[in-house]
Design a protein around this ligand. Structure first.
Ligand code: SF4
Length: 437
């Protein structure tokens, strides 16, 4: 058996890709190791969303170059690979920049990996072509025993002005409904209790298929599967969420009441500069519509602080939006220029690092405040909790609307158990509960 080590940076889609690489290569006599020093093949699965993540990948390659040299002195040969979004973006350039790298493969070349690995015995290669989605029966080495990621589509056609995803993951493509349902059935049969459907824009699911499938139909079909399980999905583009999707979530048994809807800014001019196809009023109407129909629904979001040309007043609009929309939780980031994007070229309008840092801190404080307020709404309520871990004798789980719950009673639970729990008290990031019948 050859040994493989993968360092995965970035989002859930990358983590899911890594699980698929490990699973696929296990059919070709590779086994995963946790110590990079033991590996015959080292791969960094990269993220290009921020410069910091790209730098991290470069630094990994630098360390591995030294490891490769040390191994060579011991008479051993190791191979180094780079995949993911940086690989897709920089292609052959990476072979020039990093002479120790043997293989660069893109986000749409993973299924070719077994044959590519044979080729690198004799030469260095770069494979970053725009292949169609390939279905196979290889196993998937999932890391979490409760929650399974299930990619339903990849790529994006939106070209938000700050985002590299359309350049790294390409245009939108959906897996067939048959392939997604088959994988979901396998996941449930293997005992997983939660399935998270992944896509850059899940509401676009099916648009490139010719069978009339859409995201609402996919959700509806998945909801009908037999077994004790939950379904989550991420992410939703605000104006692509249809009434049909809201209706399916509302009437479903297994689909969690949780929408992740990145807003990015609370100011209309900045949204336009970001090439987002909605304004604050439209975003707010979608939030109200979902809240009006689905009880206990959580709405989470993403925000960028210090987008090029953002004034202090415009930034304050974002703070106001988080408060007024009562968002349950938001991911935040300071704007990081990606040179290939339209915003990355607005160099004369970049906000200085210190101002971005200050704005990010203010944003984080507001998110904290909003999260506490959101949690407080549930004190005294009984919610379904899926137990997913235990630490220092305290069982932990998540509600359907994705709130972290600590069980503060003396009951014994098991990982993967669904219980009803009464929320006794809350903090900013979690809720404390006792079992309810
Ligand atoms: S919708 Fe999301 S993935 Fe697509 S370009 Fe915009 S930010 Fe990037």
């Amino acid at each position: 058996m050859k040994k493989i080590f993968i360092d995965t940076l970035g989002c859930q889609m990358n983590k899911s890709d890594t699980e698929r690489i490990f699973g696929m290569l296990s059919h070709f006599d590779y086994e995963a190791v946790e110590d990079e020093k033991e590996a015959d093949l080292l791969i960094v699965n990269t993220c290009a969303i921020r410069q910091l993540s790209t730098d991290k990948a470069y630094s990994r390659l630098g360390n591995w170059k030294r490891l490769k040299q040390d191994k060579k002195k011991e008479g051993k040969s190791i191979k180094i690979g780079i995949c993911g979004c940086v690989a897709q973006l920089e292609k052959e350039e990476l072979l020039k920049k990093f002479p120790a790298v043997d293989i660069v493969f893109g986000t749409r070349n993973i299924s070719e990996l077994p044959s590519l690995l044979k080729e690198i015995e004799n030469k260095r290669i770069c494979a970053t072509s725009d292949n169609p989605i390939v279905e196979n029966d290889y196993k998937i080495s999932r890391t979490n025993s409760i929650n399974a990621w299930l990619p339903i589509m990849e790529g994006c056609n939106n070209f938000c002005s700050y985002c590299v995803v359309p350049y790294t993951r390409g245009r939108e493509r959906s897996r067939t409904i048959e392939a997604v349902i088959k994988e979901a059935k396998d996941i449930i049969a293997q005992g997983f209790k939660e399935i998270t459907l992944l896509g850059q824009n899940v509401d676009s699911y099916g648009k490139n298929l010719e069978d009339g499938t859409n995201f609402a139909r996919l959700l509806s079909e998945l909801d009908k599967l037999q077994g004790d399980f939950r379904i989550r999905f991420t992410s939703s583009y605000p104006t692509d969420i249809t009434d049909e999707v809201i209706e399916v979530v509302k009437n479903s048994k297994n689909i969690c009441e949780c929408f992740h809807i990145p807003m990015q800014s609370g100011n209309d001019r900045i949204l336009k500069e970001m090439n987002r196809r909605y304004n604050v009023k439209q975003y707010s109407e979608i939030v109200q519509k979902i809240r009006g129909q689905i009880e206990n629904v959580a709405i989470t979001s993403d925000f960028i602080a210090g987008f090029p040309s953002e004034t202090q007043e415009e930034f304050q609009d974002t703070i106001k939006a988080i408060e007024e929309l009562e968002l349950d939780y938001s991911n935040t980031a300071a704007y990081s220029p990606r040179p290939i994007t339209r915003a990355g070229k607005m160099t004369d309008k970049f906000i200085d690092e210190n101002t971005k840092k200050i704005r990010l801190q203010i944003l984080n404080d507001k998110v904290k405040e909003a999260s506490l307020k959101s949690n407080q709404k549930y004190i005294g309520k009984t919610l379904e909790v899926l137990i997913d871990s235990s630490k220092d004798g305290v069982y932990q789980g998540r509600t359907r609307n994705n709130k972290v719950v600590h069980l503060i009673d003396d009951n014994d639970y098991f990982i993967g158990q669904f219980i009803n729990a009464k929320i006794e008290r809350v903090s900013t990031w979690c809720m404390f509960a006792t079992r309810a019948e």
